[in-house]
Write a protein that binds this ligand. Sequence first.
Ligand code: 3MF
Ligand code: MG
Length: 343
Amino acid sequence: MSKAYRFSFGPWTVSEGGDPFGPPIRPTVEFAAKIKPLKELGFDAVMLHDDDAVPEVDRKSASQIESETKELGKLLDGEGLVTELAAPRLWEDPRGADGGYTANDANVRQWAIERTKRCVDICRYLGTDLLVLWLAREGTYIREAKNAVDAHKHLIDAINAILEHDAQIRIAIEPKPNEPMDQAYIPTIGHALALASQAADPSRVGGLIETAHAILAGLDPSDEMAFALAMNKLWSVHLNDQNGLKFDQDKAFGSTNLRVAFNQVRVLERAAFADSGMVAFDVKAMRTQKAEVATKHLANSRHIFLALVEKVRTFDPNLEQQCITNRDYEQLDLAILEHLMGS
Ligand code: 3MF
Ligand code: MG
């Protein structure tokens, strides 16, 4: 029997509702107020960006980073929360306009690595060994802007510098095929794990799969997860939903396609993912949602996840085996649909 699922929360998922066509519509919630209701909502851990932990992290001394991070650690402790992971937010800094690790400017590449080392230190002070790299601007708007072969080598150099900085740190690459860039360099988990295999210590480089990112790549998220699981490289998940090929919607888990959600839960459940990893929801409240109820997307995602765990556990294994033995996948298809509909 696998352990109970543990859920992790990113403060950016409680947001003000701004979009490219309209300003924020809900007031900003301070970090401490965001994490306050988490336990009640059934969350166990937080995911942080480096500048959530230490604002203006680039301008702080090593000792300031240590003391500010440890202060945050106490706040989290007080709420009974642990830190799942931290991630360097390179994409919001003007220096990272052309990417960080793959920027054409060598000084920018150096800055990106130095800032990431600070994030590794933050991980250590918060008691986690997991650093996530979402390679936001590591790509191009036009192919001619960068030498793509060099860019991939720069990514390996950056990974090696991070690994060398701390002998314990593990890097989970979060692939995404586009947005903000027209084309990102590491669009799928296959790309991420190929990169991992070239690192100085491949055992410390793995992946994080986000539902919407896989769908944007035209792939099935459960198969992306299965690929990583087969290689013991699925170190976290960002569950959400996505209605086709458009901007990254970060809809509540299961909102668009319950069957695709079921299959993600099924692959995690069958691999006993709960024994080693946490489940996070990278979800966004609809812009229409009023401030008082702007955490429902998180609570609802967790609710649907747990309901689907039950659906996975209660699907008749004999019926499944019979259909597979008879190669009667039409029957299997119907049985799954009926099970999901509760009929
Ligand atoms: C973007 C994302 C990011 C990452 C986050 C964690 C802001 O599409 O998914 O969310 O998940 O930066 O590292
Ligand atoms: Mg994500």
